[in-house]
Each structure stands twice: as structure tokens, then as C-alpha cells.
Design a protein around this ligand. Sequence first.
Ligand SMILES: Cc1cc2nc3c(=O)[nH]c(=O)nc-3n(C[C@H](O)[C@H](O)[C@H](O)COP(=O)(O)OP(=O)(O)OC[C@H]3O[C@@H](n4cnc5c(N)ncnc54)[C@H](O)[C@@H]3O)c2cc1C
Length: 496
Amino acid sequence: MTPGADPQTVKRVVIAGGGTAGWTVAAVLAKQLGPLLDITLVESDAIGTVGVGEATIPTFRSFHALLGIDERAFMRETKASFKLGIAFENWDRMGDRYIHPFGDVGKSSWMADFHHLWLMAKSRGYGGDLGACCFEHQAAAAGKFAVDDKARINYAYHLDAGLYAGFLRRLFEPQGVRRVEGKIERVAQDGESGFVTALVLEDGRRVEGDLFVDCTGFRGLLIEQTLQAGYEDWRHWLRTDSALAVQTEGGGALPPYTRATARSAGWQWRIPLQHRVGNGLVFCSEFQEPDAARDELLEHLEGDPLAEPRLIRYVTGRRRSAWVNNVVAIGLSSGFLEPLESTSIHLIQIGATRLIQLFPHAGNFTALARRYNDRMRQDFEHVRDFIILHYTLTRRDDTAFWRACRDMDIPDSLAERIELFADSGMINVPAEDLFRTASWLFVMTGQGVEPRHHHPMGALLGDERLRKALDSLRTNIATAVNRMPGHGEFLARYCD
Ligand SMILES: Cc1cc2nc3c(=O)[nH]c(=O)nc-3n(C[C@H](O)[C@H](O)[C@H](O)COP(=O)(O)OP(=O)(O)OC[C@H]3O[C@@H](n4cnc5c(N)ncnc54)[C@H](O)[C@@H]3O)c2cc1C
């Protein structure tokens, strides 16, 4: 019988793939629905994982809270460090720098966001630095970090991608996940419905199931190679298609932020961990050959490379339908957006939690799949727009790549957001959006958008009170940051 045709048919969940996506899905299913399910995960040591994906965003912490993960144990085992944001260098013009922090700016009211006060002050010549109005921004800039009961700080992590899936496996395999090692050679389908019935391994073993989660990475073994869900290609907006990844030794300063430095045909990341630094260059092969990209990456490394840079090719975009029949694709198999804002692991976590919310215990899969696909499409498009924002706002014209980014057409959804801000200082953030007001604000102002107008709320205060309010906010933040220890010092103590 076709799974989904009858209530109670979904008991056996099979996860194909054991990278970050596979073990994330296994962990959350075991934790949240474990007693109702038989969970099997199939992975192949011979194939391995993509081996990158080291920067996260604050939603990662809420997800860990859902799994009941102890922060210190996680940080010790994955050699993690704290992350307060991303420093963007050379994005607007060569030599420019701004930080996109994870924190808010001042206190907003129902009438208007706080930054309208800052905009008014700025127009009167005493606005000062926007970053000084954000605690996380100032802590990042000063290289400071602390978590305690008094200081509420919004943060994420940098982690070792090679260690994270193993960490989840050690925790959740004993909680009801059956792990099968072996290479999937064939995917068996029901002749009539096209539903997947089993994964057939190289040695002939069959792993049967009712629901299959495709976490096989870029190859999309079930969702694409078997079910041909189709792929929406976004390379006309996000032109990079290659990355070179390499690690260097740690030991130097440990900034609590990722660095994203624009290069000639893409950008370079620097992610400091406890034991080493993750580095890579994301580039567009239409504008730069891999050999030239490798030279550019090595030239700008701080510290000696621990191995030869590894080339990874990708196609930016998303699977047209992440859920088809009884297969749900999560992770790289569902699409890929370059790591500029560290969003891929978040999309895995949101895909996994949404699967639980829409879990097909009974009834028809079609309506659930439609809902799931629609929500994932919105999530991908939202992140896509936010990443394009960084490219489209560039004023660089020193290379053909940056000129192409500056001059490209952008999605209407993004064009409207930029226009709204440029015209009125307003930032429209629907409830379901991942990136909130402060994120849009820091990137747009960081890359040179100066709103022509702003909300008149500040005029109600008058110059003296407005100036005092901004001064006192900045002083409070500076005092709190001064009291904090350095990131490296805090981390060593915290993980000891
Ligand atoms: C250059 C780059 C940088 C990135 N940086 C970030 C970042 O900073 N932050 C972030 O959030 N994300 C980042 N990502 C994305 C992140 O790496 C992935 O989202 C994450 O690692 C999940 O990958 P995955 O589990 O979907 O796929 P993979 O890691 O590729 O895992 C696939 C799994 O499927 C198994 N498999 C495949 N075929 C078979 C088969 N035939 N039989 C059996 N098993 C099979 C493999 O063995 C493996 O276990 C980055 C990605 C790239 C390419």
C-alpha cells in the first residue's frame, strides 16, 4: 500500500546521508517524535561529507535548546568559538569596512524603529556612529565576549564542520537512530505511485521505509536523480559558483566574528576556531580561473595553510519542490545559497523543524507537501534577497565581476525594500522573515545607502533630549563592553 493513503502508515523514516543535514534531521526526529518512529540513517564513509559549513547564526542556539544540548559540551567537542556578527571588508568600495552584528539598535517604539532617531540626529550633525548604538557591534569590534545572567547578548558560533555531525551522532544514535553504513546504489519506487519504497545498497541490502529524507548533499540522490524535482537556477543574481577551502593554524587573535573580504571575483571568508582557522574563497568561474583564485586565496591567508586548498563547485538556487511524494530533501540536496550570511545550517534546521510540524502521520501527503514547499520557497527567497543585497549595493568598479554585480537586475522583492529604505528610512520586515530590521539597516547603511527622509518622531524630543538619549545609550554600551573579557580569554575559561 502507498504510504500516506491510510492513517498510521508513516512509522519507518529513512534518512539518506549523514552530513550535517542527515544528523540534524535524525537528532530532532529522535528527540521530538522518537517514540512514534523507527528512524534509520544511511551514510557512506567512502563518499564522505562536503566538509565545510563552519559559521552559524543565532537561531542555531534555539535549535540546540530544542535538542537539549549542553553548550559547553558542544563547544568543547566541536572546537567552537563565539560569533557576534560578520565583518564585511571591501564590499562597498576598496578599503571600506562595516560589521553586520547580531544585536538590535536601541529601543524601538510601536510608532517607528529606533534608527529613525539616529537618522534625524545624523541629519542634524550629531548622529555619530550607528555601530556605537549596538552592544553586539561594539563587543565584536573590541574583540570582547561574555555570557552571564546580567548581560543579554545575541550570539552564534563558529564550529568545526568535520566534528559537528559526529557530535550529533554520538548524542542521538543511542536515542533511537539506527545507523547503516553503506553506499546507496539504487532507489526503489512503487511502480504505480512513484513513491520511494527502499534504498538498495551496493552490497544488496534493502532499507525500506514509509518516509524518506534526502540528505545526500549536492547530488540529491532521491529528490533529483530519482524524482526529478527540478532546480531553480539563481546564478544570474548570485554569480559565484565555486569555492576553495583551506585551513590554517590557529594561535593568533580570536575575533568573535567572521570576516568576509571582497576579492576580485568573489570574497574570502575567515572563521576562527579554538584549534585552527577556516578559510576559503568563493568566486565566479566566469570571471576567474581556479588557479588564479587559488593564488589570490593563498596570497591573503594569515598563517600557513595546513593542506592544499580544496575546490568545491556549486549551482546557486533551490530545488523547485523540496518535498515530492514521500521524499523530503533537506540540506544541500534542497538547494544552495553561498555562505555569505552563514544561512545553510539554519535552512537545514528550519527544514527539519518544519517537517516535524507538518509530519505526515495520517491523511494525504499532497497538501502537507504543498505547504512545506511553499514555506521553504519563501525562506530561500528571503535569504537569497538578503545575500544579493550585498552585491547589488557595491560601488566597486575595479573588476568586471563587481561591475556585473553592480549593474545586474535584482528581484522586485529586493528592489522594493531598498527603495523603501532609500526613500523613507523604513524597513519592512514581515513576521516570518529571518533577517530583522537591524540586519537590513547595518548592511544598507554599511554599503552606503543614505535615506532621503526618516520618520519625524525624533522632532517630538527636540535636539537636546535626542542628543542626550543617544549619548546615554552609547555610554551604557561602552561601559558594559569595557567590563567584558577578551573573547579568547573567556572562551578558554568557558570550555575548560
Ligand atoms: C563552500 C561552502 C561553504 C559553506 N559554509 C557554510 C557556513 O559557513 N555556514 C553554513 O551554515 N553552511 C555553510 N555551507 C553549507 C554547509 O556545508 C551544508 O549546508 C552542510 O554541510 C550540510 O551538508 P549536507 O549534509 O546537506 O551534505 P553533505 O555534507 O554533502 O553530506 C551528504 C551525505 O550523504 C551521503 N551520501 C551521498 N551519496 C550517498 C550514497 N550514494 N550512499 C550513501 N550515502 C551517500 C554522504 O556520505 C554524506 O554523509 C557551506 C557550503 C559550501 C559549499
